[in-house]
Design a protein around this ligand. Structure first.
Ligand code: BLA
Length: 288
């Protein structure tokens, strides 16, 4: 399809407006640093924004739009570590033929081993996953390791690009972002410093995973060159990876260690799995 009628700007605008209705966003230094970022192809249009707010450590968005070849949305928002709220995650990669999408409130703690966390945040949100399951169906096998960063309401899809899909995706983005804002509104700050430390480490582990293994990296490298792509990943998209904690990727994910001590470049050590949605509509894990 012709991508020139589609854009992810509307998604970002919506999120900023909604957030500003409830809290006060303050621009972060990383926004200034990356706002004049230019792609090597001289045609992709970029938009990089980053903010914080009293309960939000980082809300950032990167869009890359070239109507001839691809539209990219990478939007995420993290609470301050005093709150154990999920991480808002909206990633979309759209070409004229298909769209690859992950939309989720990524859990801070793996829901398959922390049923209390699942109960606390996802039980009442389960209808959301049903609502979009027909038009944004499960995208098939994915990197198995990614699943522990996904929630039972995750929308993981790879579908033929169309105006309808784009509109449905906007509707889903609206629902999921509003749900996230609601959770942030209701969140009360943790007074127990040891639990705050756990939250901070969980966010750091997440940032470490994505800074190392995000599937978008090869495209960023092509557009910006290796040095800038690395800076963009570590200082903008996953800002905090070098400051929130001191553990390394291999501390968190030792199975990726090669004999010479470096990180295995493979995205998955286990391989891809989960051909179908591994949660049922009650949020129970049903994969073997
Ligand atoms: C593919 N993107 C994918 C896949 C997933 C994600 C699961 C399928 C391949 C796989 O299983 O690894 C997304 N994975 C995620 C997310 C998390 C995760 C969000 O673990 C969070 C924890 N995608 C982007 C951006 C670009 C992009 C910004 O988000 C481009 C700049 C591209 N994603 C992209 C491409 C593919 C892809 C090109 C298909 C090619 C591939 O699999 O490498």
């Amino acid at each position: 399809m012709d991508l020139s009628t589609l854009s992810y700007q509307k998604f970002v605008q919506f999120a900023l407006e909604q957030t500003n209705l409830r809290t006060t966003l303050t621009p972060l230094p990383s926004q200034e640093k990356f706002k004049s970022l230019k792609a090597n192809d001289n045609k992709s249009v970029l938009n990089a924004i980053s903010f914080c707010a009293p309960k939000i450590k980082l809300l950032r968005s990167l869009t890359i739009e070239d109507s001839q070849s691809m539209l990219v949305l990478d939007f995420a928002a993290f609470s301050k570590p005093e709150y154990d709220a999920p991480i808002f995650c909206a990633n979309a990669f759209t070409t004229p033929s298909r769209s690859i999408v992950v939309l989720d409130l990524n859990p801070l703690y793996d829901v398959t081993i922390h049923p209390d966390y699942k109960e606390k945040y996802y039980k009442k949100l389960m209808p959301l996953s049903e609502k979009y399951s027909e038009l944004l169906p499960w995208g098939g096998k994915l990197t198995s390791e990614s699943l522990k960063f996904f929630s039972p309401i995750v929308i993981w899809t790879t579908v033929a690009s169309s105006q309808l899909v784009h509109d449905v995706l906007f509707s889903a983005f609206v629902d999921y972002f509003k749900a996230w804002l609601e959770l942030i509104d209701e969140a009360t700050d943790e007074k127990d410093e040891s639990l705050v430390l756990l939250n901070r480490e969980a966010q750091h582990k997440y940032l470490t995973w994505r800074a190392e293994k995000d599937p978008g990296y090869s495209i960023l490298k092509k557009l910006f060159g290796e040095t800038l792509a690395k800076d963009l990943v570590r200082q903008f998209l996953f800002d905090g990876v070098d400051s929130l904690g001191s553990k390394t990727f291999l501390d968190y994910f030792p199975e990726y260690r090669l004999e010479n001590g470096t990180v295995n470049k493979k995205r998955s050590m286990v391989g891809k799995s989960y051909e179908t949605r591994p949660w049922n509509s009650a949020g129970e894990f049903i994969a073997d």
